[in-house]
Design a protein around this ligand. Structure first.
Ligand SMILES: [Zn+2]
Length: 693
């Protein structure tokens, strides 16, 4: 079958342990822009997104929230869908890994791997990171996970293994023969180095929890979440279906043309996934493309930092197109990029309100005023100037340049190129002064005026067609104002200079990008703040606390882990140490600064005789070693605490517990209904004695 005309693009499926935020929006917007452009270029485009809903974390989160894993997943998946609807995302399919079509397809993939002899049974004991759902090679009991810093758990289980080790050479050969398989180059090099360092067989089943897809023929085991999740790219287009139409769909669309992902999951997509597919004798995706992280004012947005921005705060105030344009224009795709409300407003005002907005409104307004709303006929002989040809030539170059850059996923440079044309046309208008020409008498001046406005309008049309995938709502409006009808019907392959119908009637001309004033930033910040307490209220019942090890950082109050995902912690509440918080009472910064919190290292830990809940700790806080008695024995074994960094309130008056003097308090979140303590800790290394403020 000829597949030349199809284009299949996927986002990663989003894990329902986190609520949707701007990072999810970013990946999805990139895919949406690419998909819209491909449709406009005549491709039979299939755009897939969805949610990843299995795994121990979800099971635990649901238990903590007092609900079932399915209901838990249903509610978060619904939030993702609602956000994508609101953002106008043009996906063709939204897959959930708890759907029957997916389970059946994932099991089909498993059976193929097993039939081909790539799955076997073995026993494994090792350190496991629950957060990342991954075993940590070479870790010892009590060691933190190198990826996320959380303390690993010792797990021993009889598992099924996938013979990943058999694929190292084949993978390397594939990378070599397909230089565009992994992009950008830095990620490709990283993956090649990883594979060259040697691949070990991969444990692909779990028997320590139930929330997953049962292993065919051995339902005591569930499939490893990544094997489950990755297979969505095939199951969504019909792998494993008995239905004829679904099978045809699979033949039509598989392999995917692009898996778009964040750089942190490159290994799963560029090593494990192609190895699974090779083993199952299925074709490999054409490209895995990794984007960088969104930084919020220079630091990584993450749950543990509590600085995650929600897409809604931008789109409710400034519209979908503003967020799309900002993310694609501001960030060099593939690299990390910085997000701030300030920068969004600046970018909007300069590029959209000023540059494109001005070009559009003054050109169309003048055509209305001087030519009764009909596109004027440019007079090539009588009234032509070199400046007109310069714009025409630049527009033609821009079309070629934009197409090339966009297809290389250099969105920022593609947009830059289009906006260079916008700037040139604005300058052209200033220099040609159509408003002055309009005041002069005579046919020649009339012809000159027509030529200027035709040139500007035609350049506007070119830019609008190019920008549509990034600015679908505004481009559609400008297109209508140009009198050109439905922009989605336009065939982008045809785009060239000189297609604006002469004498064509303009639509109703209205400003598309009103200027944003200073209050815009405040409104976005306010929405962000308003959403936080609301989210906190929800998450206390709907989302689990972060696993042990996720905690505060300097400058971030340590107690916020108590409120589940830390993005949800309201500032006022978080500012008070657990023991001192008055219900809903806000305190001043001065009150907070009275509390001296320091980083300490546990030198010694033991149970307190006759007290089930208490541990006696000796904690080095830099200046001295303190004895602290802490009620954390239900959650922590003393030997596992030795060598661990904790946060202690260092200026509490000493008190006696079971006859032992306690000099300070260990900061811990109280998680779940039974108030299980979870120690505050850091993702980065912090020196002993460091003060929290
Ligand atoms: Zn981890």
């Amino acid at each position: 079958m000829d597949k030349g005309n199809k284009f299949y693009i996927t986002t990663p499926i989003y894990y329902v342990n986190a609520r949707p935020h701007i990072g999810h929006a970013y990946t999805t917007i990139v895919c949406d822009a690419v998909a819209r452009r491909k449709r406009m270029l005549g491709y039979d485009t299939y755009f897939l997104t969805g949610t990843d809903e299995h795994g121990q974390k979800i099971e635990r989160s649901a238990t903590t929230a007092g609900t079932t894993p399915q209901k838990f997943a249903d509610s978060v998946a619904a939030e993702f869908r609602a956000l994508f609807e609101k953002m106008g995302i043009s996906y063709n399919d939204f897959i959930r890994t708890t759907e029957p079509r997916h389970k059946q397809g994932a099991q089909e993939l498993w059976k193929r791997l097993q039939e081909k002899g790539f799955i076997y049974k073995g026993t494994y004991t090792g350190q496991y990171c629950v957060h990342d759902e991954a075993y940590i090679d070479g870790a010892k009991p009590g060691d933190p996970c190198p990826d996320c810093g959380r303390i690993t758990e010792t797990v021993s289980e009889e598992n099924y293994y996938f013979k990943l080790s058999a694929f190292a050479d084949k993978l390397l050969k594939h990378y070599q023969q397909n230089p565009d398989f992994i992009r950008p180059e830095t990620r490709r090099n990283e993956v090649i180095a990883f594979v060259k360092s040697g691949l070990r067989d991969l444990s692909v089943s779990r028997s320590t929890f139930k929330w997953g897809i049962p292993v065919p023929g051995d339902p005591k085991h569930v499939m490893y979440v990544w094997l489950d999740a990755l297979s969505n790219y095939c199951t969504a287009v019909g792998l494993g279906s008995k239905d004829k139409e679904e099978q045809q769909k699979f033949d039509r669309y598989w392999p995917a043309d692009v898996h778009m992902i964040g750089k942190e999951i490159i290994r799963f997509h560029a090593v494990y996934w192609p190895a699974f597919l090779m083993a199952a004798e299925l074709p490999l995706p054409r490209a895995v493309i990794a984007h960088g992280w969104l930084l919020f004012e220079e630091s990584k947005m993450s749950k543990s930092r509590g600085n995650i921005v929600r897409a809604e705060s931008v789109i409710d105030v400034m519209g979908n197109d503003t967020l799309r344009y900002f993310l694609l224009r501001e960030i060099a795709f593939g690299q990390d990029g910085s997000f701030s409300f300030d920068a969004v407003v600046q970018r909007y005002n300069s590029d959209l309100a000023n540059d494109l907005g001005n070009l559009s409104s003054r050109t169309l307004t003048m055509i209305n005023r001087y030519f009764g709303g009909s596109v004027p006929y440019p007079s090539p002989l009588v009234a032509k100037r070199d400046a007109d040809d310069t714009i025409r030539d630049q527009a033609q170059r821009t079309i070629a340049e934009f197409n090339q850059l966009f297809d290389e996923y250099q969105f920022n440079r593609a947009l830059e190129s289009a906006w260079t044309l916008v700037a040139s046309v604005n300058k052209y208008l200033v220099e040609q002064e159509p408003w002055i020409v309009s005041e002069k008498e005579g046919e020649e001046n009339k012809a000159r005026l027509a030529t200027i406005l035709y040139t500007a309008a035609e350049a506007l049309r070119v830019v609008t067609a190019l920008a549509y995938p990034v600015l679908p709502e505004s481009a559609a409006k400008i297109w209508l104002q140009l009198g050109l009808g439905d922009i989605t019907k336009f065939d982008l392959r045809e785009l060239k200079w000189g297609q604006l119908p002469l004498g064509g009637k303009l639509g109703k001309v209205e400003p598309v990008f009103p200027r944003a004033d200073k209050s815009t930033i405040e409104r976005m910040q306010q929405m962000e703040q308003e959403r936080k307490p609301a989210a906190a209220a929800q998450t206390s019942t709907a989302t689990a606390p972060v696993p042990a090890g996720e905690g505060a950082r300097p400058g971030q109050p340590a107690t916020q882990a108590a409120h589940g995902p830390t993005e949800a912690a309201p500032a006022a509440k978080a500012a008070a140490p657990a023991a001192a918080a008055a219900p809903d009472g806000k305190i001043s910064i001065d009150d907070f600064l009275k509390v001296e919190m320091r980083v300490g290292l546990v030198k010694h830990a033991e149970k307190v005789k006759g007290a089930d809940k208490l541990l006696r700790l000796e904690v080095d806080i830099g200046s001295e070693v303190r004895q602290v008695v802490a009620g954390i024995a239900v959650a922590y074994e003393p030997e596992k605490l030795i060598g661990r960094k904790v946060v202690i309130v260092a200026n509490l008056a000493p008190r006696k517990l079971r006859g032992l003097e306690s000099n300070g308090m260990i900061v811990a979140a109280s998680a779940g209904e039974d108030g299980k303590p979870v120690l505050a800790s850091f993702l980065e290394d912090v020196p002993i004695g460091a003060k929290l403020k």
